[in-house]
Design a protein around this ligand. Structure first.
Ligand code: ATP
Ligand code: MG
Length: 402
């Protein structure tokens, strides 16, 4: 039951209350709880200042004291406790010029993005809902707290967040909210790409991505986002949840003449490597004409990544990506061939560079890399067994010819 996470955190609220402060659960956890969804992390909001929170609890970590956030460690769990905050004016469409700690819950929820995210719940599970968030949840509507034009003008990330929630929840956008997004879409170019990517990752993997992706297109949002702005996404179809990395790889393969720079996305090296691997793999698929090519493909890329591409075959076809033979490459055949591979990686070869050099009595050079690859291919193709003596014999005959 989702209530248990709140039950576990309840003593924190009670402790704050017994010290004469107000304290509430707020944000995504309350929204998800009201929707009977599983909740992951709990956010607590309080009238106590960060110093007051630190004074009350034994174990705290000042993770964002200047924004009012203190981590309270209770029963081994970490809880984010944030002081009620009001925001000053915004000049740059992304962050307030100043924030003030305040003592009223209303002031705090007023600065939150959407009505469904502005609901507070006290320790007794009583709801404090100043902006009819519950009604909007019931009607499955995403609506800004207050005037949409103003709220998106203050912080344009809310536009991407709204579409991300649409993708995750399947809600529709209230009219004024959509018009507000339209008026302020060009302000997203002032945002840091890191914040945009956090939201886009959640957006592409949402269950209802089809609608929100169409809205991104309708708003021409991609024109203002680094990397994406170089590509033409007008006709791209995204009607099922996919990892963000796959979307990037698909675009690169679909529009190869555009050389979008992955560095512009400021994603992790792992993400960059994975995208490049997917891009190469996707480009390789149409070249697979024989069983032998197929075995090498599986050896080079691994079963898992090939299977994950096969899971999105419909998308591949709808977006006119390079086609390949489903007779050779399909979920079943990938599984079978992968199981039959005599080696899984270079580490499994029963011979190494040193042994080869000794066997042929030749100086090391670029030929060594070539022969190692040739050995690999010969083993996979079944031309030679992965046994040291056999491999040495094979190397001797092949190196002499070269
Ligand atoms: P999730 O379940 O994905 O964590 P969430 O609603 O909790 O969704 P967070 O990014 O964790 O989203 O933010 C917590 C809360 O902070 C939100 O529910 C909202 O009330 C507020 N919030 C976050 N970002 C903004 C923003 N850019 N503008 C206004 N309020 C915001
Ligand atoms: Mg959250």
């Amino acid at each position: 039951m989702t209530k248990t996470l709140f039950e576990q955190a309840k003593p924190i609220l009670k402790t704050l209350q017994s010290n004469q402060y107000q304290a509430y659960f707020v944000g995504g956890s309350v929204r998800d709880y009201l929707m009977h969804k599983t909740i992951h992390d709990i956010d607590i909001t309080t009238s106590a200042t960060p110093e007051e929170v630190e004074a009350i609890f034994e174990k705290t970590i000042p993770i964002g004291r200047e924004h009012g956030t203190i981590n309270v460690v209770y029963n081994g769990e970490h809880y984010e406790v944030t002081t009620f905050r009001a925001e000053g004016d915004y000049d740059d469409h992304r962050r307030p010029n100043e924030v003030f700690f305040v003592r009223e819950l209303y002031e705090d929820v007023k600065r939150r993005d959407f009505t469904m995210n502005a609901i507070a719940m006290d320790a007794d599970f009583h709801i404090h809902d100043y902006f009819n968030g519950q009604q909007d949840i019931k009607n499955r509507i995403i609506r800004t707290v207050g005037n949409a034009q103003e709220r998106f003008n203050e912080d344009a990330l809310r536009i991407i967040r709204g579409l991300r929630f649409q993708s995750q929840l399947g809600f529709s956008l209230e009219n004024e909210t959509f018009y507000g997004m339209q008026s302020h879409i060009n302000d997203i170019e002032h945002l840091s790409i890191e914040r945009i990517v956090v939201e886009l990752k959640k957006l592409t993997s949402g269950k209802y991505v089809a609608n929100s992706f169409e809205n991104l297109q309708r708003l021409n949002a991609f024109n203002y986002i680094p990397f994406f702005k170089h590509y033409n996404l007008n006709n791209f179809i995204l009607d099922e949840a996919i990892p963000f990395t796959l979307l990037v790889a698909l675009l690169k393969v679909q529009q190869p003449s555009i050389k979008g720079n992955l560095n512009d996305l400021k994603i992790s090296n792992n993400d960059k490597k994975y995208i490049s691997k997917l891009e190469k793999l996707l480009n390789q698929l149409p070249n697979i004409k024989s069983k032998s090519d197929f075995k090498i493909l599986i050896y080079d890329y691994g079963e898992q990544d090939i299977q994950s591409i096969l899971n999105y075959m419909d998308l591949h076809i709808k977006n006119h990506l390079p086609s390949f033979s489903p007779l050779i490459i399909n979920t079943q055949s990938v599984k079978e061939v992968s199981k039959q591979l005599p080696i899984q990686s270079r580490k499994d070869i029963d011979i190494n560079g040193k042994v080869i050099l000794e066997a042929v009595n030749k100086q090391s050079g670029p030929w060594l890399k070539t022969i190692l690859r040739d050995i690999e291919l010969a083993i996979i193709d079944g031309d030679v067994q992965n046994i040291k003596s056999e491999l040495i014999r094979w190397v001797k005959s092949h190196v002499e010819i070269q």
